[in-house]
Design a binder for this molecule. Structure first.
Ligand SMILES: Cc1cc2nc3c(=O)[nH]c(=O)nc-3n(C[C@H](O)[C@H](O)[C@H](O)COP(=O)(O)O)c2cc1C
Length: 385
């Protein structure tokens, strides 16, 4: 059978075959090395889409190593995603001379007393083991300026900013021949990010995994397209197969940015217990919470959410809240308390029934999209201009 053709102007902008990107997914928590790994990036880019490395949990040097590793494994375009919230971009990078790694158990002692006492109370009541994880002060999230500079030096084909506005680095990135993408969860931010000069805007709906806003995808995508025009918009949030891709293209998006479906792939970096949680989840089984990062993020529901709600505590600002969640998740993991652990994941988890190679996921998405657009719609919808 001939290879299906599915092209939009995104394919020309990025030099790719299909308008499908795997989202840059970093690890949710300290100590994890999960998310969009080198293997996932290479698999998606080699299959004709564009894979994006989730570099939020790496040190700047580890990120550079990953970029070089990707280049060894594929000559296709790829992306790197960093979190650039105003809280960290607005201040100087962490100085990391001396010990770059600090025990998480020491860091949580500097939290407000009520938060620290709560962590210790849970530890004691549930008989949890000690915390061993280390916080890497050299992580890209703590050193966004150095991380951006490294991406520019490495001439990463597509730079992606998961949180915040990458406008400050667009001129330098363009001078290095790179493309820049920003992510928005509402219409105002889609317009703001587009105006800052990026090449592409991702509009991510409420139903998406990870950090997510309040507006559902079907309402957001067309409004974001209008607000960002003439900058092209990619759709994100709730896309798990070709039906989602076809809908997004029909609305005027130039392509899609897919997280949860690619996380639940053979190459996706999630732990086995996290992949199992996605397979087990139905559409109702995710929650949006401040618990993990201090910003609203969506993860599969688990008992940790109940503990947090019962605590009555206010979430601390990003990234301090990450320390609270990380310390408890590490203890739950070591104690085998699976019912208290769940990955960042979107409502589309209910559609995901199997873990398969990322290339197969992409091929099936393309085949189904083409079948809908080229065959099913003309057969089932009567439309005459
Ligand atoms: C496990 C996980 C980690 C994520 N981490 C990041 C991240 O580090 N940076 C980012 O830009 N987006 C991150 N996201 C959001 C994705 O980029 C994407 O916008 C979202 O997954 C799209 O919705 P979907 O999950 O319904 O496909 C993450 C999502 C998941 C599921």
């Amino acid at each position: 059978m001939a290879k299906p053709v599915l092209r939009t102007k995104l394919c020309d902008i990025l030099g790719i075959e299909y308008p499908i990107l795997s989202a840059g997914m970093g690890p949710s928590l300290v100590g994890e090395k999960t998310g969009a790994t080198v293997e996932l990036v290479v698999a998606v880019s080699e299959a004709g889409g564009l894979g994006v490395l989730g570099a939020a949990g790496y040190s700047v040097d580890e990120m550079r190593d990953c970029i070089r590793e990707i280049r060894k494994l594929t000559d296709k375009p790829f992306g790197v995603d960093l979190l650039l919230p105003a809280q960290t971009v607005g201040v100087e990078d962490q100085k990391v001379r001396g010990a770059a790694e600090i025990p998480l158990s020491d860091i949580i002692k500097t939290l407000p007393k009520a938060h620290y006492d709560w962590i210790m109370k849970i530890k004691e009541e549930m008989g949890l083991p000690d915390i061993d994880a280390k916080v890497n002060l050299g992580a890209t999230t703590m050193r966004p300026h150095a991380a951006v500079q490294a991406c520019i030096e490495e001439k990463v084909p597509l730079f992606c900013a998961g949180l915040g506005n990458p406008g400050f680095m667009v001129a330098d990135a363009h001078a290095a021949g790179m493309r820049v993408l920003g992510i928005a969860g509402n219409t105002r931010n889609a317009g703001r990010i587009a105006k800052s000069g990026v090449d592409l805007v991702v509009a991510q709906g409420h139903e998406g995994g990870g950090h997510t806003g309040r507006i559902g995808s079907a309402a957001l995508w067309p409004q974001a397209i209008d607000a960002a025009a003439p900058t092209p918009v990619l759709a994100a949030g709730g896309i798990g197969d070709g039906r989602g891709v076809a809908a997004a293209l029909a609305m005027g998006c130039v392509g899609v940015w897919v997280g949860t479906r690619f996380l639940a792939s053979k190459e996706g970096g999630a732990l086995e217990v996290q992949k199992e949680a996605i397979l087990a989840a139905a559409d109702e089984d995710t929650r949006r919470t401040y618990l993990y990062t201090g910003k609203t993020s969506r993860a599969t529901y688990n008992k940790f959410h109940d503990l947090w709600e019962q605590s009555g505590l206010e979430a601390l600002p990003f990234p301090t809240q990450v320390m609270i969640a990380s310390s408890l998740v590490e203890m739950f993991t070591k104690a085998g308390k699976k019912e208290y652990i769940g990955p960042f994941a979107g409502q589309v988890a209910g559609l995901i029934q199997d873990i398969k190679p990322a290339a197969r996921i992409l091929e099936e998405m393309v085949e189904q999209t083409v079948d809908i657009l080229a065959r099913k719609l003309p057969e089932t919808v009567i439309a005459k201009a």
